[in-house]
Design a protein around this ligand. Structure first.
Ligand SMILES: [Zn+2]
Length: 85
C-alpha cells in the first residue's frame, strides 16, 4: 500500500494527485491543484455540468454554423449574394 503512493514522483506535494473520471465525458481527468476544472477534464465539461453551457452565459469558441453576418457583409461589399449560389 505504501509503495503505491510513491509512484507519483514528479513533484513532492501535500496534495495527492489522482486520476478521476470526468463526470461529463468520462475521460480521465487529473484531480490536482493544477486542474482548475477538477473533477472535470476541462473547463468546457465543467460548464456543461453546471448548465451554463445551455444557458448561453459563457461563450466558448467552438465550431458554430455560419453566421448571417457573412451574408450581410457580402451585401455591404457590393456583391450580390444571389450570384454565390
Ligand atoms: Zn470531460
Amino acid at each position: 500500500m505504501a509503495g503505491a503512493l510513491l509512484r507519483t514522483g514528479r513533484r513532492e506535494s501535500k496534495f495527492q494527485v489522482m486520476n478521476v473520471k470526468c463526470p461529463t465525458c468520462g475521460k480521465s481527468a487529473e484531480y490536482s491543484p493544477e486542474n482548475k476544472s477538477r473533477p472535470f477534464c476541462s473547463e468546457r465539461c465543467k460548464l456543461i455540468d453546471l448548465g451554463e453551457w445551455a444557458s448561453g452565459n459563457y461563450a466558448i469558441p467552438v465550431q458554430t454554423p455560419p453566421e448571417p453576418e457573412e451574408f450581410e457583409a457580402a451585401l455591404e461589399a457590393g456583391n450580390d449574394p444571389g450570384v454565390l449560389h
